[in-house]
Design a protein around this ligand. Structure first.
Ligand code: GLY
Length: 369
């Protein structure tokens, strides 16, 4: 691995090792950071969809160096995630993000049986959200029975995982039906993706496309593009599907055209020129997807684009202060929601940045497949 990537990964490992006692003192699983302090989830405490990324960072570090302190901290956070699984009411389709990267990672790396059982519980919960009209329901609101969001392409790897674990094909079948619907209802001819689509919960017919976390209806929220890119790449790997691989390629080419000259990623590819609004999480997620897509297709252009993104992050947005637990600056949760964080450190950005670096290093345990 080139020295600049090695240095960035060393920095991450040092910060995370130092941050363990700090995280253990927090009432909630850390969400982000400001200077030397962690920040809590903006909504729903440990049921917030991001709660699995802190243990996921610990598992990437454990896979990198075998340090048991990372394993112990991951399990401390997983005990809190287990409470949310039993509480149930605030969970929704994002159990894929939450449990595959925490308990699922634990089982993958250590073989721990209780971690496997919690991951299977989460997969069963996700399967329970499958609507036979052709999609996995996103959220829980009374008027949201037909609401689907592009992010769910990153949750369905949990369903593929459950089929591999149990031998029951229903989980993977539901995942493929959901991916087919997403391809039809979300991916535009130019390779961009909408964030939210409302479907008729009885027929699956497309009803409308409301605005989401991007600039507005019809815009192109960059993290949504990154979820589509990485999500279809993972679906192609998990299902061995040419159609998903081709879709991932189309989405990737669109994303690559929109990378800024400095290698950073605007929050929405169709946002107005001012105010400047960057989301480095999108760049880190896309880098992971592009590295995997390059492996899947043998096309080096995707790997080169991933390096452009990582180089931009390293050159402009990597906080070198060892007393600050966060790595990436200028992460933006949502174009219009300041409460969840604008131009700040958000730990799931750090997770995907670290995952991409670990892919280059050759230690990424590939928690999604
Ligand atoms: N899954 C929600 C987001 O990307 O912010």
């Amino acid at each position: 691995m080139e020295p600049r990537y090695e240095d960035a990964l060393d920095l991450a490992a040092r910060k995370l090792r130092r941050a363990i006692p700090l995280a253990a003192r927090e009432p909630a699983i850390p969400y982000g950071s400001e200077g030397p302090r962690f920040t809590p989830p903006p909504y729903d405490g440990n049921s917030w969809w991001t709660a699995g990324f802190w243990p996921a960072l610990m598992w990437q570090m454990y896979a990198l160096g075998g340090d048991n302190a990372f394993l112990q901290e991951a399990r401390r956070a997983q005990a809190l995630l287990g409470e949310q699984l039993r509480r149930f009411t605030l969970l929704h389709h994002d159990v894929g993000f939450m449990y595959l990267l925490s308990d699922g990672a634990d089982f993958k790396l250590t073989g721990d049986e209780s971690a496997r059982v919690d991951t299977l519980h989460a997969a069963t919960l996700l399967m329970g959200r499958f609507n036979p009209a052709g999609f996995v329901r996103a959220w829980n609101g009374p008027d949201q029975a037909g609401v689907v969001i592009i992010d769910c392409m990153m949750n369905i790897p949990l369903l593929f995982w459950a089929t591999r674990q149990t031998g029951d094909p229903r989980f993977a079948r539901a995942a493929c039906i959901h991916a087919d619907t997403t391809l039809r209802a979300f991916i535009r001819p130019d390779g961009s993706a909408c964030h939210i689509v409302e479907l008729d919960p009885n027929t699956g017919a497309r009803v409308r496309e409301p605005g989401g976390q991007g600039y507005g209806p019809g815009s192109s929220w960059s993290r949504g593009q990154a979820w589509a890119l990485y999500g279809f790449t993972l679906a192609a790997i998990n299902a061995g599907s040419d159609a998903y691989r081709e879709a991932a390629g189309r989405i990737a080419r669109y994303f690559i055209q929109n990378i800024r000259p400095d290698g950073l990623t605007d929050c929405d590819f169709r946002q107005p020129p001012t105010p400047e609004r960057i989301d480095n999480i999108a760049g880190a997620v896309a880098a992971c997807g592009l590295i995997e897509l390059a492996r899947l297709t043998g096309e080096d252009d995707y790997a080169a684009a991933a390096r452009r993104l990582l180089d931009g992050l390293i050159a402009h947005c990597c906080d070198p202060d060892p007393d600050h637990p966060g790595l990436l600056t200028r992460c933006t949760a949502s174009y219009h929601d300041d409460r969840a964080g604008v131009h700040t450190n958000i730990l799931y950005g750090d997770y995907f940045f670290v995952e991409a670096l670990c892919k280059l290093k050759g230690t990424d345990p590939m928690l999604w497949t």
